[in-house]
Ligand binder design. Structure first.
Ligand code: ARG
Length: 590
């Protein structure tokens, strides 16, 4: 697209028009042409000419270029472009030689991505799935584009749940030393509960707090004590952390989601006192009903935005406090060029408040970008937030197991693998089913989690993409076996003579392959993994049509066969990079 636009701009300028009219886009009439330029329509207004007159001049300027098989003006003034197959093929040759397949890297920047965000001591549930999946993909894209990326899990590690667990523990085991007010000794190194117990304590405590006001108030006080570094409660807090974290790690490993930094809300603590003094001292924050707040409303707001509360009336730090102080930590450690936060879109107001306060206080420079990816809800087939059959919160492990089983059933239909291999394959494919099912939707939209559909080997699904990759791998393996040769990208440079004809499945596949760099650059810039999904779905469809129309392995014209093999090897590489960016991979067989 870049090259086409460059050539069109040259044409406009050589014909005496401003080059800005030379923008080329993918054709919305693929039956007529591959690309189009609508600049003559706009230029006609400026130069007070008929659009077709301008378009014809551009045609005359371009029609002999070796880039184009066709560059023609059509009424009322569109310019339809079809590439010369030799040119397209040459492009693929260039692309194939490059490690990053022709991607123009970003001006390297430091990017902090805040994603995952599980709450310690609560089981990891599907609500956190989206953050992990989308965040991981955005991280991989930014990194692929040459940026220095720091992915931080930002644990919810000193919220109310910690207080609830501690007070529930007190009710169950009042004799523990942590609850003896006059105790002065060391606290035990061993936690007073197991992971299994902890998983049971939290839901019990949470239920109790809904009925028992006194209990809830105690939990709040417990949080304040943790925040004030009370030794007994800090010791308990550490136990909760040490029991929960290994389990969290295991869960994220299973998702193939990896954080560079395992910090949490509590790591903001050292910054808070000074930050509060600073905000109050400079008059940025003021007292309101006992709390300390910052006005963030702006004149052009379409709805009224409440102030950001940076400290509650009882002196407790809250969500916004820790998010602001975390920014101070990140500025100190990384001074990022860009922040990217992932959280449920219902948290949008919170993030607007935090970001505006950070800017108002000058904690974040005006040129630093701050992005918030607010994602929608994952719903069940009934259109309501995803739940277990008995109405509880679905735990991630069970969800993954369910998808894995569905994939396993599909694999067993083909019955070409032994049990162990089928299970291992189902794991890899199941993960792809979940991730692709999520990422193929625009993040901000709600979507329906449908195990049967996501696990299907046909249609716009992860397994379909992987099936396509496995099919290409198998053709290439057979080719190696029968010819004793490796795929050779030099085939893209062989003169093809009259072999090509435009509009064939081969051209369509080449065309889509050539759009890899455009797609990835755009998806990374817009933080939009769904654009990669869309692209690989089209590419897979194009490959499968090509495969059904041509008998690659028995093709007698060896030059043609070599070109086809190079083409599908390149397509496999593209799919490999794209799935890697989405966060999953293909098995050897399916
Ligand atoms: N722990 C939060 C939750 O479960 C998500 C954290 C999002 N990140 C942030 N910096 N606030 O809702």
């Amino acid at each position: 697209m870049e090259q086409l636009t460059k050539r069109m701009k040259q044409a406009f300028s050589e014909c005496g028009y401003e080059e800005k009219y030379g923008i080329v886009s993918v054709s919305n009439r693929p039956d007529l042409c591959q690309y189009q330029c609508n600049g003559a329509m706009a230029a006609a207004k400026q130069y007070k000419l008929a659009p077709i007159e301008i378009a014809r001049k551009i045609e005359a300027n371009c029609c002999n270029s070796p880039m184009f098989a066709k560059c023609e003006a059509v009424m009322p003034g569109f310019i339809n472009i079809t590439l010369a197959s030799e040119f397209l093929c040459g492009q693929l040759g260039v692309m194939a030689e490059e490690e990053k397949l022709g991607v123009t890297l970003d001006n390297p920047q430091t990017v902090v991505i805040d994603y995952g965000g599980p709450n310690v001591a609560k089981p990891l549930h599907v609500g956190h799935l989206r953050s992990a999946i989308i965040g991981e993909s955005v991280k991989r894209m930014k990194r692929f584009m040459g940026n220095q990326v720091i992915g931080d899990i930002h644990l919810g590690d000193w919220g109310l749940q910690m207080g609830l667990v501690i007070e529930e523990l007190r009710d169950r085991q009042p004799d523990l030393v942590y609850f003896k007010e006059d105790y002065m000794g060391e606290y035990p190194g061993e936690p007073p509960f197991t992971l299994g117990e902890l998983e049971e304590i939290y839901p019990a405590a949470s239920a109790k707090s809904k009925e028992d006001e006194e209990f809830k108030e105690r939990a709040h006080q417990a949080v304040v004590r943790i925040q004030k570094s009370d030794p007994a409660f800090t010791a308990l807090w550490q136990h909760i952390m040490s029991v929960s974290l290994p389990d969290l790690r295991k869960n994220y490993d299973n998702l193939d989601v990896h954080f560079d930094v395992w910090k949490g809300e509590s790591d903001a603590k050292p910054y808070i006192a000074e930050m509060i003094d600073d905000l109050a001292g400079r008059g940025i924050a003021y007292e309101s009903q006992g709390a300390l707040v910052v006005d963030i409303a702006q004149e052009d707001d379409t709805k009224e935005l409440p102030p950001c509360i940076v400290r509650k009336s009882d002196g407790a730090a809250i969500y916004a406090t820790s998010d602001l102080a975390t920014i101070l930590d990140r500025e100190k450690l990384y001074h990022p060029d860009q922040y990217i936060y992932l959280a449920d879109k219902r948290q949008e107001l919170h993030f607007i408040q935090v970001f505006r306060t950070a800017r108002k206080a000058g904690y974040v420079a005006p040129e630093t970008k701050i992005d918030y990816i607010g994602f929608g809800t994952m719903n069940g087939r009934d259109g309501k937030p995803f739940k277990t059959r008995d109405g509880g919160v679905m735990r991630l492990e069970y969800l993954m197991k369910e998808v894995e089983d569905a994939v396993y059933a599909r694999i067993q239909e083909n019955r070409t693998m032994d049990e162990e291999q089928a299970r291992a394959t189902a794991k890899v494919v199941g993960l792809a089913a979940i991730k692709y099912g999520d990422l193929s939707n625009q993040a901000s939209k709600d979507y329906i989690f449908d195990v049967e559909r996501f696990a299907s080997f046909e249609g716009n699904t992860g397994p379909y993409i992987l099936y396509t990759m496995v099919r290409i791998k198998s053709i290439l393996a057979k080719y190696r076996e029968q010819s004793g040769k490796e795929p050779d990208y030099a085939a893209f440079r062989e003169p093809a003579g009259s072999e090509y004809s435009c509009g064939t499945d081969e051209t369509q596949l080449m065309l889509l392959a050539s759009r890899f760099a455009d797609t990835v650059e755009k998806a990374a810039a817009e933080l939009a993994p769904h654009k990669i999904c869309q692209y690989i779905y089209e590419l897979s469809n194009a490959f499968n049509s090509f495969y059904h129309e041509n008998r690659i392995l028995v093709e007698e014209d060896t030059a043609k066969q070599a070109r086809w093999i190079a083409l599908i090897a390149l397509v496999l590489r593209i799919l490999g990079v794209c799935t890697e960016l989405l966060g999953f991979e293909a098995p050897e067989r399916m």
